[in-house]
Structures are given as C-alpha cells and as structure tokens.
Design a protein around this ligand. Structure first.
Ligand SMILES: *Cc1c(COP(=O)(O)O)cnc(C)c1O
Length: 387
C-alpha cells in the first residue's frame, strides 16, 4: 500500500493481553462489517448491536449496562440531556388524542414541553398537586396514557407516594415515569416500586463535575425500550462517547460523593431550621410532611434542599448573595461546588400555597469543607437578618 492509504488504514494491534480498569472511549459514525452478508443482515440484529454511531458504540453500552444494573431494570437508553430524556419518554408513550398527567412540581421545562410542543401535536396535558398519592385517580382522564412524577418535587421537595400512584396507574393500564434525579438509583429505585420509566439527569450526581449534560431512561420492558430507541433514531438523538466516558468516570465516585453531600446537607438543613425564622424544605426534617414516606421508600438524602425566606429579607437578598465566598450562585447541582439559586415557583404552580409567591433559595451542597460552608452561610444569614 502507498503512503496515502497507510495514513488512513490503522494497523492491527493485538489487544488480547491488554487489561485496563477504564472502559475505552470508542468513537464512531461509520461502523464497518466483515462481509457483504453481515452488512445486509445488520437490521435483523437486536438493538444492542452496532450499525451506526447514532445508535451507540461499546462505550455507550457500558454506561447503559451499568445504569441498568443500578436501577434494577432490563434496558437503559442514554440521551444528550435530562430534558431530552424526558422528551423521549413523552414522545414514545403519547400520540395525538392522548393525555399526560404531570406533577405540578415537575422540573419546569416539562410544562414548556407539554404546553408549547405536545399540545400543538394534539396531546393534552394537565397537572396533579404534590401529595396526591392514592388520590391520583381524581386527576386521571379516560385519555390518560402517562403519569409523570418527580419526588421530591422540584424546589419545594414534596415526597410523593410513588408505590400508590404506580399501583393505580398499572390497574388502569397507564404508564408511569419519574424524574429520579434528586435521589439517583442509589437512594431510590423507581422500577422496584412499579414505575415504568426511571429517568435521571446524568448531568447532576452521576457526572458530578458540572461539565456534562446527559440523561438516561431505564425500563424493565423491551417494548418500551424499542419505542424509546425508535424516537431517538427518528429525532437523531445522539450522545458522544467522549461525554459518556466522563460520566463513566464520574459514576465511579458517585456513592462516596452522594453520601458525603447528603450527610452535610442534612446537617446544614437542620442547623438552618433551628437557627433562623425560615421554612426549610427537605424530607430529612421530621417536621416535613414527606418525612414518613421518605423514610419508608428512600435510602437517604442527597445534597439538595430549599429554604423559604421571610418577605422582609427580600431587600437584602442580593447583597447577601453577592457576599458569598464559598457557595457559587447558580442553577443546576450535583457537582463538587456548593451552589445557591434563588428560585420563584409561582409561574409553574396551579395549587395555591403561601410559599409560591416567595423567594425560595435552593442549596446544593458540594464537596468543600463543611466548616467553610457554615462560615459562608453564617455571613449570608448575618446580612439577611440585619435590622
Ligand atoms: C437538571 C435537571 C433536569 C434536566 O437535565 P438537563 O441535563 O439539564 O437537561 C431534569 N430534571 C431535574 C430534576 C433536574 O435537576
């Protein structure tokens, strides 16, 4: 062969005695076949086989299998973001004329998806209030084909009775899905409680370093997986192996990171609750309405909780936030750095609640020294409580 050919033909390297602890990052758009026959029969193989980079390389398969094991499911699909994972579930489960019932406390872009995209396609949606549990039947319509939950609820942290909702939905032949990003499958395993689609934003704890967007959906039914893969193929959803390999790396430390952040966050939530005239929203507090369900169903807490501020602190809030030295101001969460984000939920809620109109601070506890976090919060609350 001549030089130009040699520049594009990679030589064979014997890998038989190579063993590394890290899964290789295998990139591909084109995937080639040994024979004309295996090429022509490629479509007849199962969905785990390789035919085009769009549908995954062994790098994606490793993450899929690892998440499947953690979730206790049968198959997992990987998507370019958490929101894309939610959209893929909705598109795979709903068709024009169907209705989707969504928790009022869902991650806010979910209502955007329903209102601005699905409703245009003739898919109706409505919400149910947090804490509906066994009363979910009151909100189900004859056309309801999917119930979408999130527990704890976004920002306001209500715990939902997932087994009760899943049981009622199953009786009526309705699919259920959950955004399990707060707990990750380490703290709550939705499929074991009867949920059909367990979704998480890998963007948060699994990637763990604030540098990746990715989502996953795990199911224990091959038909649901097939429908998800159909949507992904038609929409051209693809997640690069380089990003997947960073999530594989992040995942290796997730149990330790999550245990640490959960412990420190629970301590700090209790301290804030005991020290200031605020309402702390966290299922770890025995005074929280969701506490008994959380104790029943969850293995522990992650690092995210919220604090509802008294109205009279509002004028000093920006100054207090600007004085933070350890916490960064920002949305998202699940990384090494602790974050504070002032949130307002009123625009997304249909059930009246006095806190809906107040500023809610969402705190994500990272991996800094807890004493540095406490000093920063003391300074922060010091400014807020100044007469
Ligand atoms: C971040 C997040 C999402 C969306 O994930 P992206 O990867 O940012 O699209 C969905 N649900 C919850 C609860 C989240 O925290």
């Amino acid at each position: 062969m001549r030089d130009a050919t040699l520049t594009v033909h990679h030589p064979f390297v014997d890998e038989s005695e190579f063993a590394s602890l890290c899964p290789p990052t295998q990139r591909a758009s084109t995937i080639v076949f040994d024979t004309a026959e295996s090429y022509s029969k490629r479509g007849a193989r199962d969905l785990d086989s390789y035919s085009y980079g769009m549908h995954g390389t062994p790098t994606q398969r490793v993450l899929e299998a690892q998440l499947t094991a953690l979730e206790g499911g049968v198959k997992t699909v990987i998507l370019p973001s958490g929101q894309a994972a939610i959209a893929a579930i909705f598109l795979s489960a709903l068709k024009p004329g169907d209705h989707v019932l969504v928790t009022e406390t869902a991650y806010p872009p979910v209502s955007g998806l329903c209102e601005n995209f699905l409703s245009v396609l003739g898919i109706e949606w409505s919400t149910f209030p947090p804490g509906a549990g066994a009363r979910i039947g009151d909100y189900i319509r004859p056309q309801t084909k999917l119930i979408w939950t999130e527990s704890p609820g976004s920002t306001t942290m209500e715990i939902e009775d997932i087994p009760a909702i899943a049981a009622i939905a199953r009786e009526r032949g309705i699919l259920t899905g959950i955004d399990n990003t707060w707990a990750t499958p380490l703290l709550f395993k939705p499929l074991a409680h009867g949920i059909d689609f367990s979704m998480q934003a890998l963007t948060k704890y699994p990637s763990g370093h604030s540098d990746i967007l990715m989502g996953s959906v795990t199911v224990n039914d091959l038909t649901l997986r097939k429908k998800l893969r159909d949507v992904m193929r038609m929409m051209g959803y693809h997640t690069a192996p380089d990003a997947v390999s960073l999530v594989l790396r992040g995942l290796e430390t997730m149990a330790v990171r999550l245990a640490h952040s959960g412990k420190v966050a629970s301590e700090i939530a209790r301290e804030i609750d005991a020290s200031y005239p605020v309402e702390v929203l966290s299922p770890v507090l025995p005074s929280s309405p969701g506490h008994p369900l959380w104790q029943r169903d969850f293995k522990g807490a992650s690092g995210l909780f919220s604090v509802v501020l008294p109205e009279e602190w509002q004028a000093r809030l920006d100054r207090a936030l600007d004085a933070l030295e350890v916490f960064a101001i920002g949305a998202s969460w699940g990384g090494t750095r602790s974050l504070i984000a002032p949130m307002s939920v009123a625009a997304h809620r249909t059930t009246a609640h006095p806190r809906n109109d107040r500023t809610i601070l969402r705190l994500s506890i990272g991996l800094e020294d807890p004493q540095d976090l406490r000093s920063d919060l003391n300074r922060f609350f010091g400014i807020l409580t100044q007469a």
